[in-house]
Ligand binder design. Structure first.
Ligand SMILES: [Cu+2]
Length: 310
């Protein structure tokens, strides 16, 4: 399974944070070594021995006091300057309107691209080399959007949108993770960020804007009927097929084009789609999708139809 590495920045914003974290760690380590070293030296070198007279008492030393005021002051000023510069690079003010809105739900991510109208879930595509202004929202509790290689962490607060810049230098797939405990399946609330060359991104965007696939065979037609009659449509949308544009659960218009199901818990294969539909509560206990009692035949039909939603 792919993992993420916060020490391998792949965007100017993540690099700004990395470029701050490493020198700070070194400076703090040096201070720690110098201070503890001086203490240990003083303890060993000047410890009292039986029979020795008391050491000479020194009431104060102006030079030493000036030095140990000025040096820490300069260190703090240096840290402040480095931090402000990193904040300016990692976190400039938001654009007037967001390129992308990412909404946290228990336990999945919704993504809206306001300019194009693309709606998707758990897998966002971005063009390489372009900073995207991302508005972060939540539909229920606190979540936290974090793609370690690309961004800082930022909390999704219900009713109080937050902002980050999201960018990737080169094509690749980056793993994001909810990093604010939000309930039982918090650990399986992942998001994939797929960075594509701009032309490939445009292609993806065009494909995502297409309406959902209508049924193409007898089995998929039965699958679609099941979808429309088994309450799936109370929570999920297949745009152009099922009418209402719902945001209660992941948009399924192009679910077949995504790499994962259940916010990362399963790889998206026809067999795993069937497993999910058989019992989401077995795969992801506590997820907000109920179990249904489908027969094997019905599961085949539903899974087959959903897999055609490319
Ligand atoms: Cu969460």
């Amino acid at each position: 399974m792919q993992t993420s590495n916060a020490l391998d920045p792949q965007s100017p914003q993540a690099r700004a944070i990395y470029d701050l974290a490493i020198p700070l760690t070194i400076i703090f380590a040096l201070i720690f070594v110098i201070v503890t070293g001086a203490i240990i030296y003083a303890i060993l070198r000047f410890r009292g021995r039986a029979g020795e007279p008391d050491p000479k008492q020194i009431p104060g030393n102006r030079n030493v006091e000036i030095a140990w005021t000025i040096i820490p002051f300069l260190i703090v000023i240096l840290l402040l300057a480095m931090t402000i510069s990193a904040m300016n690079r990692a976190d400039p003010p938001p654009a007037p309107s967001p390129d992308l809105v990412v909404t946290g739900h228990q336990f999945w991510w919704q993504a809206d691209y306001p300019a194009s109208g693309v709606i998707t879930a758990n897998e966002i595509h971005i063009p390489t080399g372009k900073p995207l202004s991302v508005r972060l929202e939540s539909k229920d509790v606190l979540h936290e959007f974090w793609v370690p290689e690309l961004t800082r962490k930022m909390t999704n607060v219900p009713g109080q949108p937050n902002h980050i810049w999201l960018q990737a230098d080169k094509p690749g797939t980056y793993i994001g993770q909810c990093s604010e405990f939000c309930g039982t399946q918090h650990a399986w609330m992942r998001i994939l960020v797929v960075a594509d060359e701009p032309s490939k991104f445009e292609e993806w965007q065009r494909a995502q804007l297409q309406p959902g696939q209508a049924a193409t065979s007898d089995a998929t037609a039965k699958g679609l009927v099941l979808f429309q009659t088994s309450t799936c449509i109370n929570c999920h949308a297949i745009r152009g097929v099922t009418g209402a544009d719902l945001r209660v659960a992941p948009d399924l218009t192009h679910v077949g084009s995504r790499k994962q199901l259940g916010a990362g818990i399963l790889e998206n294969t026809p067999a795993n789609m069937r497993l999910w539909l058989k019992s989401p509560q077995h795969i992801k206990p506590g997820a907000l999708m109920p179990d249904f009692n489908f027969t094997d035949e019905q599961l085949d039909q539903l899974a087959e139809y959903l897999s055609t939603l490319q």
